[in-house]
Design a protein around this ligand. Structure first.
Ligand SMILES: NC(=O)c1ccc[n+]([C@@H]2O[C@H](COP(=O)([O-])OP(=O)(O)OC[C@H]3O[C@@H](n4cnc5c(N)ncnc54)[C@H](OP(=O)(O)O)[C@@H]3O)[C@@H](O)[C@H]2O)c1
Length: 347
């Protein structure tokens, strides 16, 4: 087929979905993005993405709207987040099957790139621990209970080879712009900077490995898979997405200290010292995991370009605060998901 290729992105107003849409548009793809709230459509239009309004459910009708534009899709990228995951995933797959069936009838077999996360593998040791090794795509899945369903059900994406090819990606936590869950780190550091002591106490191991990836690089990895010349090498495969090297809590703490002028430091306390721990902050700053992304690098030539969180924290903080000031829906979504904990931050 000649001419521009077509991609359909679900969760198009989400953190990863927004970036994925942006990168495909800039690479010359016809890009359709699904949002479930009409008010989320204007941000897509501003990025030259064609919005489709609808919710993933077994009664969804938005495919009819998509067919008014196109009956073929080369690539589908799934970027929704919903817990519990099981029923949602079944609805997603049913829709992808319908879409793929139509596309096949019109001569194009799609590639579905589904998103899970590297937390599917559980944790690795901390920096400097004996026999420390990164998680690869071959590592066993050992997720926390809360994402257990996502980790295992996502693999089902490979069982629809009658209609579509599939790849499953597992990004590390991502940062940049509205910063997703790392926004929580900025919020607690900012709260600490407003105290007399100007100290942030964390009952966490400072050797914890914080292996992230900038959201732009992460989105480029999806594009690299979509554009890879050999579909057979992508289909049926899982791919980790991580930066070329990891930060540690120690390196991020140093950057936070400097950025927020924390004269009292970012200091380690111990779990028995209840003072200062923000619930869920351990998932952002204490979850130790080193993730290998050699597989996607070797196959596609993808490589991350953006600076690590600790290397460029000043501008990442500024971008986060600007997003928050503008009432960015991603910032609000993460704050809400974290259960209002930010209002009860004690530092
Ligand atoms: N953020 C990270 O650091 C990170 C890292 C690794 C993996 N991941 C994984 O990547 C995926 C996307 O993450 P994210 O951070 O981009 O999530 P996000 O910002 O919370 O976005 C989730 C998106 O899903 C949409 N959505 C949820 N249920 C839907 C439904 N039934 N129908 C249609 N849309 C629906 C939401 O729409 P509304 O705006 O209407 O709610 C939102 O646009 C998740 O599986 C996540 O676990 C995320």
């Amino acid at each position: 087929m000649t001419g521009p290729k077509t991609v359909f992105v679900t969760g198009a107003n989400g953190y990863i979905g927004t970036a994925v849409c942006r990168v495909f548009v800039r690479a010359g793809w016809r890009t359709y993005g699904l949002v479930r709230r009409p008010e989320a459509a204007s941000a897509l239009i501003a990025e030259e993405v064609t919005p489709l309004i609808g919710s993933i459910s077994k009664d969804a009708t938005f495919l009819e709207d998509l067919y008014k534009y196109t009956k073929i899709v080369n690539v589908v990228v799934s970027c929704t987040e919903q817990l519990p995951f099981g029923e949602h995933f079944q609805a997603l797959v049913a829709l992808f099957r319908k879409l793929a069936s139509t596309s096949n009838q019109n001569g194009v077999r799609p590639l579905v790139i589904a998103t899970s996360g590297c937390k599917d593998y559980g944790v690795t040791g901390v920096h400097g621990s004996p026999r420390l090794a990164p998680h690869t795509e071959e590592s066993p899945l050992q997720p926390l209970d809360v994402i257990h369903e996502r980790a295992f059900n996502s693999l089902e994406i490979f069982t629809h080879a009658d209609l579509f090819d599939a790849a499953l990606v597992r990004p590390t936590p991502v940062f940049g712009y509205d910063s997703s869950y790392y926004g929580l780190a900025f919020e607690v550091a900012s709260a600490a900077a407003r105290t007399e002591e100007r100290a942030l106490r964390l009952p966490l191991d400072f050797n914890a490995i914080l292996h992230g990836c900038h959201i732009d690089d992460c989105a480029e990895a999806y594009l690299a898979l979509a554009e890879h010349v050999d579909r057979t090498a992508v289909a049926g495969q899982c791919f980790n997405i991580s930066a070329h090297r990891y930060d540690t809590l120690s390196s991020v703490a140093k950057a936070l200290e400097v950025e927020y002028g924390l004269k009292g430091g970012v200091v380690r306390t111990f779990p028995t010292d209840a003072n200062g721990m923000v619930p869920s902050l351990d998932l952002v700053l204490g979850y130790t995991q080193w993730v290998d992304s050699t597989k996607i690098r070797r196959l596609t030539g993808w490589s991350d370009k953006r600076m690590l969180l600790s290397e460029n924290l000043h501008i990442y903080r500024m971008a986060y605060e600007e997003a928050a000031k503008r009432g960015h829906e991603g910032v609000l979504r993460v704050k809400e998901r974290m259960g209002g904990i930010l209002s009860s931050v004690k530092v």
